[in-house]
Design a protein around this ligand. Structure first.
Ligand code: AMP
Length: 556
C-alpha cells in the first residue's frame, strides 16, 4: 500500500467524531490493506505504533531529534529551534511538519512532485525498523540521517503522519479498542475470538492477519508463547467488605512492594519482563538463577521482585528501582541491593495455557511448578473479616505495604483493571500522574530538572489528553533527580527560560494532603502539597484520570 494512500485514510479518520464511523473507516482500511505484510503494519501504524505491544523495542527518537531531521529536510532556512518554537505555538508536530517545504534541498534525490511520493507503508516500516536498530556511539546522528531521508521524500500529508508516528502520538482517535472492533468487523469474526487472540499474543497486527487469513478457527488456536510477554493483570483499590460481599470466599495474599516481573522459562532460557513488557533479564540475574534452581518445566509466571536486606526482610520500593532496567554495573549494584522474587500467579506450565483456569487452580499449579515454597505467595482463603484482618496484620507487621484480595474463581485477564483483584493499602490514597513539564534547577542543581508539573489523564476515547494538577518539588533525593533528568531530558518538547514542556511518557506516584478547586489550572483541580512517592513502571494511558481526582475531592 502506498504511504500517501494510507495517510489519506488517516486524514479522513481524523475528521470523524462518532466511534462507529471511526471503527467502520478502520475496518475499510484493513479490508483494503492488500499485500500480506501491509495489514499488520497498518494495524500498528494507525495506533501510532511501529512495534507490537509485546515488543519493547523503541525508535528512541525524542522530539528534538525529530525536529532536527525535519529542519534539515526543510532546507537551510529552517533550524531545529524554529521547528521547536512552531510546535510550542501550535501544539502539534504534525501540523508543523505538514507546513514545512520539505525535500527542497538540491542533489539529495529530493522529492519534488507535490502530489505523490515513492514511499509505501512497507518501506516506511522497514526504514523505521532499521532506524530502531542503531545503537551505541553515534546512533543519534545515524537516526537523524535516516529520518531526514524519510522526511525528505514526504508529501505534506505524509510528513504530518510520519512525524506523529515517530513521536508515538498519532492523534487520529484510534486506540486498541478501535482496532479490535475494526478487526472483528472487517473479517466477520466473533469478538470473543479476537479478544482471546489479543490476550495471548498481544499483537494487533498478527491478530488482524490471522483473522483475515485463518478466520475464527485460527484466532482460537493462537496460544501463549514462552518468551513473548503478555500484559499484566491489574488491580483496583478495594476493601475486605466489598470482596467478601462479592465472592463469599476471598483469596488473601501479601502485597509485595517491589516491581512487577513476568518470568518466562524454557529448558534453555529465562526472561524477565517488566510491567511495560520491557526485557529486564540482564538487570536481574537473580531471576535466571532462581529459575535454574527451582523450575523444572517451561512456564510463564507472574510476580514481583523486591529488594531485601541481608536477613531477607523487605526494603523500600525505591531500592528496587536502582536495580530494575539497569544496563551497567549490574554486579556492582547487586552487592548493595539484593533482590528476591515473589511469585503469585501461573499463566502457563509445561504446555498448558492457564489464563482461563480459576485463580485457585493457577495458584495450586504455581506451588507444584516452583520447587521453593518461600518464593510462592501464601494464600489465605477467608470467608470472614477476622481472617482477612489477621492476614493483613501479619503482612504489615512483616514490613509489607498491604494485602491483595482476589476472587478465587476468576480467570487471568491480561491488561484489565477488573474487580477480581483488589488492593488494600492502609496509607492514604496516592495518585499516578504524568509528567508534562519541569523546570531546570538552580545552583548545585542547575544541571537537573526539578519542580515537575504533573497531570491527570483526561479521558476522551482514544484521544487522551493530560491536564496539569500540580507541581512536585519535594521528597526527591539527588539520586532520584539525576534519574528523572536522564529519563526526561530526551522527552523535552520545548523550552522557554528555565521551564520545559515534556512529552507525556513518565508516570509518578504522587502523595498529597488535599485536592482543592483551582483557578490557576484549567483542569479546575490542584493538589495541595504534592510530593513524590515513587517513579512508576506504567504507561501514561493508565495514569489516574481527572474524573478520579474530582471524585476523590468530593466535588463529583
Ligand atoms: P499498585 O501498584 O498499587 O496499583 O498495586 C498493584 C500492583 O501490586 C501489581 O501490579 C503488582 O505489581 C503488585 N503486587 C504486589 N503483590 C502482589 C500480589 N500478591 N498479587 C498481585 N499483585 C501484587
Amino acid at each position: 500500500m502506498r504511504f500517501d494512500a494510507f495517510c489519506e485514510r488517516l486524514s479522513r479518520l481524523e475528521s470523524l467524531s462518532a466511534d462507529t464511523d471511526v471503527v467502520a473507516a478502520v475496518a475499510a482500511l484493513f479490508a483494503t490493506a492488500d499485500a500480506d505484510a501491509d495489514l499488520p503494519t497498518a494495524a500498528r501504524f494507525v495506533q501510532g505504533r511501529v512495534f507490537p505491544a509485546w515488543d519493547a523495542t523503541t525508535l528512541d527518537v525524542g522530539p528534538r531529534l525529530c525536529y532536527a531531521a525535519l529542519a534539515r529536510a526543510a532546507g537551510p532556512n529552517v533550524s531545529g529551534d524554529d521547528v521547536e518554537s512552531r510546535v510550542a505555538e501550535t501544539g502539534d508536530v504534525g501540523d508543523v511538519a505538514a507546513g514545512l517545504d520539505l525535500g527542497s534541498q538540491q542533489g539529495l534525490g529530493a522529492f519534488t512532485d507535490e502530489a505523490s511520493s515513492s514511499l509505501t507503508v512497507a518501506s516506511v516500516d522497514d526504514e523505521l525498523r532499521a532506524l530502531a536498530e542503531s545503537a551505541g556511539d553515534g546512533s543519534a546522528s545515524r537516526k537523524e540521517d535516516r529520518l531526514f531521508g524519510l522526511f525528505n521524500r514526504c508529501t505534506p500529508a505524509e510528513a504530518r503522519y510520519l512525524a506523529r508516528l515517530v513521536l508515538g502520538e498519532m492523534r487520529v482517535g484510534v486506540g486498541e479498542g478501535t482496532v479490535r472492533d475494526a478487526t472483528t468487523a472487517a473479517f466477520e469474526v466473533p469478538v470473543d475470538a479476537v479478544d482471546h487472540a489479543l490476550q495471548v499474543s498481544n499483537d494487533y497486527g498478527l491478530v488482524a492477519r490471522v483473522a483475515r487469513d485463518e478466520s475464527e478457527q485460527g484466532l482460537r488456536e493462537l496460544s501463549l508463547a514462552v518468551g513473548r510477554p503478555v500484559q499484566a493483570m491489574l488491580a483496583q483499590a478495594g476493601t475486605a467488605e466489598e470482596a467478601l460481599e462479592a465472592w463469599e470466599t476471598v483469596a488473601v495474599e501479601t502485597k509485595f512492594d517491589g516491581a512487577r516481573v513476568q518470568l518466562h522459562h524454557t529448558d534453555d532460557e529465562t526472561w524477565a519482563f517488566s510491567r511495560n513488557m520491557a526485557d529486564v533479564t540482564d538487570a536481574l540475574p537473580e531471576v535466571g538463577e532462581f529459575a535454574d534452581r527451582a523450575l523444572g518445566c517451561p512456564a510463564i509466571l507472574d510476580g514481583e521482585v523486591v529488594a531485601v536486606d541481608d536477613d531477607g526482610a523487605p526494603l523500600p520500593f525505591q531500592e528496587v528501582l536502582r536495580r530494575f532496567r539497569r544496563k551497567h554495573d549490574v554486579e556492582q549494584v547487586r552487592e548493595e541491593v539484593g533482590l528476591a522474587i515473589r511469585l503469585f500467579d501461573c499463566l502457563h506450565a509445561d504446555g498448558d495455557d492457564l489464563l482461563d483456569a480459576p485463580f485457585e487452580t493457577r495458584h495450586a499449579r504455581l506451588e507444584s511448578v516452583v520447587d521453593d515454597p518461600n518464593v510462592v505467595s501464601k494464600l489465605t482463603l477467608a470467608s470472614d473479616l477476622e481472617t482477612v484482618e489477621a492476614h493483613e496484620e501479619r503482612a504489615l507487621g512483616d514490613g509489607h505495604e498491604g494485602i491483595m484480595l482476589k476472587n478465587p474463581a476468576s480467570p487471568y485477564t491480561p491488561g484489565r483493571r477488573g474487580k477480581n483483584w483488589l488492593k488494600r493499602k492502609p496509607d492514604v490514597e496516592t495518585l499516578d500522574l504524568v509528567v508534562t513539564g519541569a523546570e531546570w534547577g538552580e545552583g548545585r542543581r542547575a544541571s537537573f530538572l526539578g519542580t515537575f508539573e504533573v497531570s491527570a489523564r483526561v479521558e476522551a476515547g482514544d484521544r487522551a489528553r493530560f491536564a496539569p494538577v500540580g507541581k512536585v518539588a519535594t521528597g526527591i533525593t539527588d539520586e532520584t533527580l539525576a534519574d528523572l533528568t536522564e529519563h526526561l531530558e530526551p522527552l523535552i518538547e520545548s523550552e522557554s527560560g528555565k521551564a520545559v514542556d515534556i512529552h507525556p511518557d513518565l508516570v509518578l506516584e504522587v502523595g498529597y494532603e488535599d485536592i482543592q478547586a483551582s483557578q490557576t489550572y484549567e483542569s479546575g483541580a490542584a493538589l495541595r502539597f504534592p510530593r513524590l512517592v515513587a517513579i512508576r513502571e506504567m504507561p501514561p494511558a493508565e495514569a489516574d484520570t481527572l474524573a478520579r481526582l474530582r471524585a476523590l475531592s468530593g466535588r463529583e
